[in-house]
Write a new protein. Structure first.
Length: 100
């Protein structure tokens, strides 16, 4: 069983790894996220790398069996919509950190 964790908060990562370790394999990508505009992100990471990182993150999220995410994030909203529809995992565990 795999739990996908999407957060920038190191305390959430530490806590999820601690309580999830017994029953879950926790997937988390350490990524330097930014609110920079698209042009700045392209300069920082390059076109190919930024795209591949996003697709890898999305693929790992959709393969998971549970999610810890913040629905105030557009990225997490996309993951939630895709897991619930094309992923066929609408009834699987999902923790919204915005209300935790």
């Amino acid at each position: 069983r795999t739990m996908f964790l999407s957060t920038e908060d190191p305390e959430v990562v530490t806590e999820a790894l601690a309580w999830g370790r017994a029953a879950w394999s926790v997937v988390h990508f350490r990524e330097n996220r930014t609110n920079a505009d698209v042009a700045t992100m392209r300069r920082q990471r390059g076109y190919g790398r930024a795209t591949l990182q996003s697709f890898l993150n999305l693929e790992a999220a959709l393969e998971a069996d549970a999610w810890v995410c913040t629905l105030t994030s557009n990225w997490c909203q996309l993951i939630d919509e895709l897991r619930s529809t094309v992923g066929g995992k609408a009834s699987a565990p999902f923790v919204n950190l915005a209300h935790a």
